[in-house]
Write a protein that binds this ligand. Structure first.
Ligand code: UDP
Ligand code: MG
Length: 179
């Protein structure tokens, strides 16, 4: 079979309301792309119908894989498991709660095609979050950059694209706290 070009890794925790819309929007985007793709949902111990939904989707769509955790391990561990199980030449990670619009993926891919190995999507607005959370997020990025010797791009979340080369390096680093 044709090699997988794009992997989309999505950690999911109690996202039953978002899964059907996310899947529909994401599939439309991926169908319009220039290579084979896979979606990897990682269920991080959800207690709602998330697992039933992603299992059903993956049984009907061979381009969708579902991984299930026995309990809640946290967002970063779920992303790691998804990345470790991906095989695309480019790996895109995104959240399931529709704060990361799937329609932006072609823009990330366009940059990748210009040979950028990591492409971040930057949040202009944080929709559906109150001012305290927005304020804390704003402070977090500025504070972490003050105290850290590593430059962390401002206001980026986990919505990003990584080239397979980067993924292979990441897989060799075994700390739990990915951020
Ligand atoms: N998530 C997860 N495990 C958790 C909490 C969240 O896999 O314990 C998933 C969640 O379903 C979503 C993503 O991680 O797809 C980001 O979570 P959230 O929206 O709560 O984070 P924030 O937007 O506040 O960074
Ligand atoms: Mg969110």
């Amino acid at each position: 079979p044709e090699k997988i070009k794009y992997s989309v890794v999505i950690p999911v925790y109690n996202e039953e309301e978002n899964i059907p819309i996310l899947y529909e929007r994401l599939s439309t985007v991926l169908d319009g792309m220039d290579g084979r793709s896979e979606i990897i949902f990682v269920d991080d111990g959800s207690s709602d119908k998330t697992w039933e939904l992603i299992e059903e989707i993956s049984s009907e769509d061979t381009g969708v894989r579902a991984i299930s955790f026995a309990r809640n391990f946290g967002h970063q561990i779920a992303i790691t498991a998804g990345i470790n199980n991906s095989s695309g030449e480019a790996v895109i990670t995104m959240d399931a709660d529709l704060q990361d619009p799937p329609e932006v993926i072609p823009d990330l891919v366009e940059k990748w095609k210009q040979d950028y190995e990591i492409v971040y999507a930057v949040r202009k607005k944080r929709k559906g979050e109150n001012f305290i959370k927005r304020g804390l997020a704003w402070l977090f990025y500025r504070f972490i950059n003050r105290i850290s010797s590593v430059d962390i791009p401002l206001d980026v979340g986990d919505f990003r694209l990584m080239d397979r080369k980067v993924v292979n390096v990441l897989k060799n680093l075994d700390e739990h706290y990915r951020f």
